[in-house]
Design a protein around this ligand. Structure first.
Ligand SMILES: [Fe+2]
Length: 228
């Protein structure tokens, strides 16, 4: 399995705080059967310029030579109008494919502007947004997911949500309904947000069966190659 959502890179955001912690996170992923990780440090275009972000990410990736698994560059991009200042977002897509991990506002309600901005992102940059941890937004309802899918988005679910008391039911329900396209750990550290893969996958297999669960895992693997 490829983990498509991680905050492994050291000193980039609220993820790993040292190279040692980052390396140990890759070891934990490897122990759980993960054979590659997409590095998705937060990129908020209102906080940092794209060039500077890429420079910092390049340095952080160069510090990860002892990582236990191959690492692929990407970012978790916060939806913001400043994104439209750039000519291209290719440098922050997943492994230079058309897939882009997009984080939406944590507001209690979403308005039409969000959907308009996402639609414009797709048209302007020819990208395929993957909505990060779709189950975690306070505003989220099934109708929102359907609307996002209609405009061309894919949905990513955090594996850890399957073990979370508050999110478990919603997470399994979305998976069971076929609303989820890809999985990611969204791991941040070794303490309160460690990589959790094996146990959530076991839970998912109980709920949707091995075959469907394996398909979900394979979809994550195809993503970094830019396949449909
Ligand atoms: Fe994240």
């Amino acid at each position: 399995m490829i983990d498509i959502h991680t905050h492994i890179l050291p000193d980039m955001d609220d993820g790993a705080r040292s190279i040692e912690e980052a390396i140990k996170m890759t070891e934990l992923l490897w122990q759980q059967g993960v054979r590659g990780a997409v590095c998705t440090p937060h990129f908020d275009p209102s906080q940092i310029a794209l060039d500077e972000f890429i420079n910092r990410r390049t340095i952080a990736m160069s510090l990860m030579k002892e990582a236990k698994i191959p690492l692929f560059p990407a970012s978790e991009i916060y939806l913001h109008e400043f994104l439209f200042y750039y000519n291209s977002l290719e440098a922050v897509t997943i492994n230079n494919t058309r897939y882009l991990l997009l984080e939406l506002p944590f507001d209690k309600k979403w308005n039409n502007k969000i959907y308009e901005m996402i639609g414009n992102l797709i048209l302007h940059f020819d990208i395929i947004p993957i909505i990060a941890h779709i189950e975690r937004y306070p505003a989220i309802r099934r109708k929102h997911i359907e609307r996002l899918r209609d405009i061309g988005c894919l949905m990513q679910l955090n594996t850890s949500s399957v073990l979370d008391k508050k999110l478990k039911r919603k997470a399994l329900n979305y998976i069971g309904s076929g609303l989820i396209d890809v999985l990611g750990s969204d791991c941040h550290n070794l303490s309160h947000r460690p990589p959790q893969i094996i146990k959530p996958i076991e839970e998912m297999r109980k709920y949707i069966g091995k075959e469907r669960c394996d398909l979900l895992i394979r979809q994550s693997d195809r993503l970094i190659e830019g396949l449909d």
